[in-house]
Ligand binder design. Structure first.
Ligand code: HAM
Length: 412
């Protein structure tokens, strides 16, 4: 039986504007001084358990954890932030200029139930700004994602923004919310969820639950003075940056490390998995993985969902720049010449291919057409003696004879 890609995985196939999306989303961040880095694809299991949070679905149900041959417990990264902060601490990057600004891209792994826009191996592009608590930095980070989407041509992305408070105001709020939830008519599983993380219940999509939550206390109304001032400053800076957002006081994220500024980018053309990307501030993460106090903020954007959004909006993204030249040699001597000529063109930066295999003129010209190249160069053994090649414009079929000695310059 033929093999298939494992459940929840997929092949990135030619013709998909995958790289254009992955790298295009990060281009505004690159221009804002976010340098590229990549942590490994697997890390100590404990890093994610402590960093992402032991009460999250990601850690309790979705991690790909295995023992290596030395008996160490390793986990395929479910997200990038914990690894990036680990790397910053390990290499002392936070002892230099602050904030440390980093961008990254690559595959993440979560054992979720696959569906449209949800995979077990999926791709993220992300940034992290580490070392400062400055609301203007929060606004920069949020704006860079916004600009990434705009740059790709997406027009229907919505930004949801809120503040989750901090250790000064959240405990009292959490108690208040817990007391409120305890009084509601909820099933046992939901009450259990409320005990583990009451905030998670606010995100319950069931109408009968939502109806009971109308009067639920919201953290945005309970922020301490510092958190309120921080949030107001973020909002003011986003205004200056011309980034529109919707207040989302019930926004709940799936990872435990968030505090204060928290946001998500959503798209209504994607079906159930409407979250295109998300992020926020994680000022306690460094300490929870054994580091010093080190604030940070960042985001990660899902590439598969970005591609779905592009499709939903009918945006054509130019993928790979295709071939410029396709060389068709006819005969043994011409083939030897073509191999050398193709090499010279490639060295000059011209994307070039050649008709391999024993094909007649007709078959080779068909290959030239299919290659997507703009120009075909047709050379027979006799042409070599006469020092000419036929240069054919594949867009209109026009053909001219060009001296071999001029051909390289002309095409380059
Ligand atoms: P996250 O919200 O868990 O955040 O993931 C970010 C994005 O990755 C989601 O909005 C979604 O587009 C995509 N994504 C997540 N899970 C899947 C999946 N199973 N299949 C396809 N796409 C998926 C984080 O990962 C945080 N590390 C973001 C962050 C960076 N916060 C601060 N810095």
């Amino acid at each position: 039986m033929a093999f298939q890609a494992p459940k929840g995985t997929y092949d990135i196939l030619p013709g998909t504007p995958f790289l254009a999306a992955r790298d295009g989303l990060l281009e505004p961040a690159r221009l804002a001084g976010y340098d590229y880095m990549e942590p490994p694809v697997f890390e100590d299991t404990e890093l994610f358990a402590r960093g992402v949070g032991a009460s999250t679905d990601v850690v309790t149900k979705e991690m790909y954890t295995f023992s290596d041959r030395g008996g160490r417990s390793l986990t395929l990264r479910p997200e990038g932030t914990a690894g990036v902060v680990r790397a910053v601490l390990e290499h002392g990057l936070h002892h230099g200029q602050l904030p440390v600004k980093l961008r990254y891209a690559g595959p993440m792994f979560r054992a979720e139930r696959p569906q449209k826009g949800r995979f077990r191996q999926f791709q993220q592009s992300g940034i992290e700004a580490i070392g400062l608590t400055d609301p203007a930095l929060d606004a920069e980070v949020v704006a860079l994602a916004w600009q990434g989407y705009q740059r790709l041509g997406l027009r229907e992305v919505r930004l949801l923004l809120t503040s989750l408070g901090d250790p000064a105001c959240r405990p009292a709020y959490r108690e208040e919310l817990t007391a409120f939830l305890t009084g509601l008519d909820l099933d046992e599983a939901t009450h259990e969820r409320a005990r583990l993380n009451p905030l998670r219940v606010l995100d319950d999509k069931r109408p009968e639950v939502q109806a009971q939550l109308v009067a639920a206390p919201l953290i945005i109304d309970r922020l301490c003075a510092d958190c309120k001032a921080h949030h107001d400053a973020v909002v003011a800076a986003l205004d200056i940056l011309d980034v529109p957002f919707e207040p989302a006081p019930r926004l709940v994220r799936g990872l435990d490390y968030y505090m204060r500024t928290t946001f998500e980018f959503v798209h209504d053309g994607l079906g159930a998995q409407s979250a295109l990307g998300g992020g926020g501030r994680y000022d306690g993460l460094s300490e929870s993985i054994g580091g010093p106090p080190l604030p940070g903020i960042g985001w990660a954007l899902g590439i598969e969902r970005t591609l779905l959004a592009l499709e939903a909006e009918g945006v054509e993204v130019v993928g790979e720049t295709g071939l410029a030249v396709f060389v068709v040699p006819l005969g043994t001597a011409a083939k030897a010449w073509a191999v050398g000529f193709v090499g010279q063109l490639r060295t000059r930066g011209v994307a070039t291919d050649l008709a391999y295999g024993e094909r007649g003129l007709k078959g080779a010209m068909k290959a030239a057409d299919r290659s997507g190249a703009r120009w075909a160069v047709v050379v027979g053994d006799r042409d070599l003696d006469a020092d000419v090649a036929q240069l054919k414009d594949l867009t209109n079929g026009e053909q001219t004879a060009v001296p071999l000695s001029d051909l390289l310059e002309q095409l380059a």
